[in-house]
Design a protein around this ligand. Sequence first.
Ligand SMILES: NC(=O)C1=CN([C@@H]2O[C@H](COP(=O)(O)OP(=O)(O)OC[C@H]3O[C@@H](n4cnc5c(N)ncnc54)[C@H](OP(=O)(O)O)[C@@H]3O)[C@@H](O)[C@H]2O)C=CC1
Ligand SMILES: O=C(O)CCCC(=O)O
Length: 476
Amino acid sequence: MDRINNKTLLSILCAPGDNTLSVVNPATGELLGHIPTQTEAEIEQAISLAEEAGNSWKQKTAKERALVLQRWYRLVMDNQNDLARLMTLEQGKPLAEAKGEVAYGASFIEWFAEEAKRACGDTIPGHTGDRRLLTIKQPVGVVGAITPWNFPLAMITRKAAPALAAGCSFVCKPANQTPLTAYAVVELAYQAGIPKDLLQLVIHQSPEVVGRVLCASETVRKLSFTGSTRVGRLLARDCAPTIKRMSLELGGNAPFVVFDDADIDAAVSGALASKFRNAGQTCVCANRFYIHDDVYDAFMDKFIAAVDQLTLGNGLDESVFVGPVIEASAKQRLQRLVERTVEQGSRVVKGGQPQDGLFVEPTILADVEQHMDIVQEEIFGPVAPVLRFSSDEQLIAMANDTIYGLAAYFYSRDISRIWRVAEALDYGMVGINEGVMSTEVAPFGGVKQSGLGREGAREGIEEYLETKYLCFGGIQ
Ligand SMILES: NC(=O)C1=CN([C@@H]2O[C@H](COP(=O)(O)OP(=O)(O)OC[C@H]3O[C@@H](n4cnc5c(N)ncnc54)[C@H](OP(=O)(O)O)[C@@H]3O)[C@@H](O)[C@H]2O)C=CC1
Ligand SMILES: O=C(O)CCCC(=O)O
């Protein structure tokens, strides 16, 4: 704990006051501490300092930037256990998942340290004999970012690492519920040699204030946001006057489909991971289950038995698979959603019992129909509505019947069907016989109202680069 908790956290935490924010453990309600917030003027100042720091950072060679990022990667991994514990304390996810998130978050730093050296332009066959055409890649400049509480570390590194690798500076507002992990990972970046002004966190009691300052700033050339579609729309509106580049990772409504030729055991284990990791609070979590009539009973029996084995509790307890939800309003929203779905004609076949604190029992709802609200809403909690289908055509129509287009999952062993369905699903990411597909090497992102742009993979760094075209004339 030395490197992070004693030194860093004690220097971040402060006495309660007007300009502070309290951080609470969602599993116990215990107060973890207070952190200072910034004023609007201080956030503006942070942007100016970031711009200045970016001027020298972008002059470094890609290899120099890569070496600093590699050191950051190493420090994050060396502190994996401490970071994970801190994350579980403020976010609630089970410790094993938190360790997984630290490694996942670190993998973006490692990946983009490598990609920094591959930000190549092109030479273009000329359109006349006396000209030579080429492109170079340059950093977009100051990047503003706003990240959510469900992945307090990885959503920062998935944006900061490609931005810094490209030569940009980075000013980020972490979620107000989970700032401690954010401060700890950024402190490790400073220890690795990333200049303090280049990578900064800004916090305010009101997220709207930070959003307004970042969006209105002419210095901030790009905004990268992960969070709800509702807030994504507001930010897109507020970025319009300055015509900022935007990356938006927004909400999802993932269908999880089990065809009649599926391996049912594999589908059940994929369903558990996809639906219940992080207590169902990820934008790629399975949101609605479509099970073919012919395998419905077989799937449901096994799914209910498997969910029965999931332990609910404080994520610090190693036997726990499902932690608390993030706050009281999330729990109330989930309870209301289950009640409404039952009123609309569905049945609770597993879970649904009242729990203390912020815990929500893993719940399965049967007899759900396409017209019910739960099928259109992002659930963001450990509740699994199950529907039936009887033909591929009907399934594709139902799966695509949403404003969202982030992730979809299906289980089948028929290769023709696999291609047909994968191509027909209107989603940015499709898991085929697989319930968890996130990795730094593949492009993460959605279509429709799930967002713009891709994170990770070779596409990830492009989001932070401008392409400049150079036309050389007068060649003899
Ligand atoms: N990855 C995803 O797709 C995520 C989706 N969600 C969805 O959003 C729902 C609500 O979760 P919530 O955390 O409230 O998500 P939000 O979209 O409200 O929050 C995400 C981030 O945006 C900030 N934010 C909130 N309002 C504004 C604003 N007006 N201007 C600028 N920044 C803002 C938040 O700050 P603060 O923490 O201070 O509120 C947080 O840092 C979830 O139930 C889920 O459906 C949520 C998180 C992640
Ligand atoms: O829910 C999110 O905000 C991001 C999904 C996490 C991942 O799988 O990358």
